[in-house]
Ligand binder design. Sequence first.
Ligand code: GLN
Length: 237
Amino acid sequence: MPSDSALSIVWIYPDLLSTYGDQGNVLVLEQRARRRGIETETIHVRSADPIPETGDIYLIGGGEDRPQILAAERLRRDGGLHRAIARGAAMLAVCAGYQIMGSTFGGEEGQPVDGIGLLDIASSRGPARAVGELVAEVDAALNLPTLTGFENHMGITHLGPGVKPLSRTIKGIGNGDGFEGCYAGHVVGTYLHGPALARNPALADLLLAWRVGELAPLDDSRYEALRQERLATVLQH
Ligand code: GLN
């Protein structure tokens, strides 16, 4: 179980949802916390294990349809994630993990599968697989720079009134309606892989700040140059 002092990062179901390199989100959070002298402790929760309820930041990644269905069933039966979020934990849910947070999502034949109802969203199968680079302008209230990443999903996601769009797509499909991802409270859902927090360190800092308060600035000039280069290239094509 997490110790009292360290920031605890919970990586949910690496045995089911770790297909697209999203575990990198864990590493980025750890590194950006440690560079500021914040001690971290990471808990990898396999799908046979209970979800700890006292974590600070929960991360869940993308995956294929069948493991996604299994993950949804186990999370629903477990119930710990709901309790952790109710206690004020932050979360980043990516792609399959994002869809699972809603009321429903499309299974391997497109059939509706129950999600866990943590976010007011509903996903279903879209007209075609969305594959490629995604660029999106973030909701001004969050005060974050342009998001970049890649997407690879069949699902599209409808947002209900209980969530806000995370960003507006400039390139790519995202939710399928001109927006990408959503947020509510301290929970963020997104289709971005990359991993998302490596491509968008400011998003990592948002999650950290939600738990630890104001953060010391870091010198990100090297990463920022790479980010700008990538953005320029993607927007040219
Ligand atoms: N299986 C889901 C879809 O295709 C999620 C895919 C993913 O996580 N990349 O929409």
